[in-house]
Design a protein around this ligand. Structure first.
Ligand code: PGA
Length: 242
């Protein structure tokens, strides 16, 4: 695992966008593993510019998102489906809707949906590049502390700290969904390459714990030490004192 401090949030976001662009240019049938959250907004803004500048053909790019809330419709303003369409997919008519994948958190049989999603990743993957944020509690995707490293895509309960962190997007904390369908830790590790992005002082403690090198289910991101190709891209505020 390589930790790279790029100084500013802007540099860090541009790095991640550049790596996604390079992947798409090197293989126009790339499979991208995408993440949502505040951290990724500027990554996608830059990626939109880069795709436009390079006039990329997106028709055969496939995407898999990490997670989706349960209990809100996919067209809810705060669903991750809506987020992804707003920040990335809707900017391009050549993006093939059939190649865009997010778990569907509004179906009746959620366990069946989770299994379907995992099988689809296995069928169409492996994911070439998976981008990840990190929760203040060290989660990746919605795999909260304590999650088994063998977990596959499944229905997960969000912790109070995650609900609190995500309440900034909702009018009221009570409106924040309490569950999600999330790719599991084992699903994430199937990707060929992983780039974790973290910036700002709120992420410093989780990054500090990660840097300590201890691999523990209490810090889900620490499982990334078991993967051969992981970069942790940081700004100066998230870079721990050593
Ligand atoms: P954030 O979420 O980008 O909104 O901080 C990241 C995460 O929880 O993985």
């Amino acid at each position: 695992m390589r930790f790279i401090n790029l100084g500013t949030k802007e540099e860090a976001c541009h790095y991640v966008a550049n790596e996604l662009l390079k992947q798409m240019i090197s293989d126009h049938q790339s499979v991208l593993g995408l993440a949502t959250g505040g951290t990724m907004k500027d990554v996608y803004a830059r990626l939109v510019e880069l795709i436009q500048m390079n006039q990329l053909d997106l028709s055969e790019i496939k995407t898999f998102n990490l997670d989706e809330y349960i209990g809100i419709d996919s067209d809810h303003p705060e669903s991750y489906n809506t987020y992804m369409h707003q920040v990335l997919f809707d900017h391009f008519s050549s993006w093939n809707e059939e190649h865009i994948h997010l778990p569907n958190g509004s179906v009746e049989q959620l366990d069946v949906e989770a299994e379907r999603y995992e099988a689809l990743i296995d069928e169409q993957g492996p994911i070439d590049v998976q981008i990840l944020g990190i929760g203040e509690n060290g989660h990746i995707g919605f795999n909260e502390p304590g999650t088994s490293f063998n977990s596959l895509t499944s229905v997960v309960n969000l912790t109070e700290s995650t609900i609190e962190a995500n309440s900034r997007y909702f009018d009221d904390v009570n409106e924040v969904p309490k569950q999600a369908i999330s790719m599991g830790i084992k699903s994430i590790l199937k990707a060929k390459r992983i780039i974790l992005l973290a910036y700002g002082p709120k992420k410093k403690e989780a990054v500090q714990q990660l840097l300590s090198g201890e691999i523990t289910t209490q810090l889900p991101a620490s499982v990334l030490y078991n993967h051969p190709s992981v970069e942790v891209i940081l700004d100066a505020d998230a870079y721990p004192n050593q």
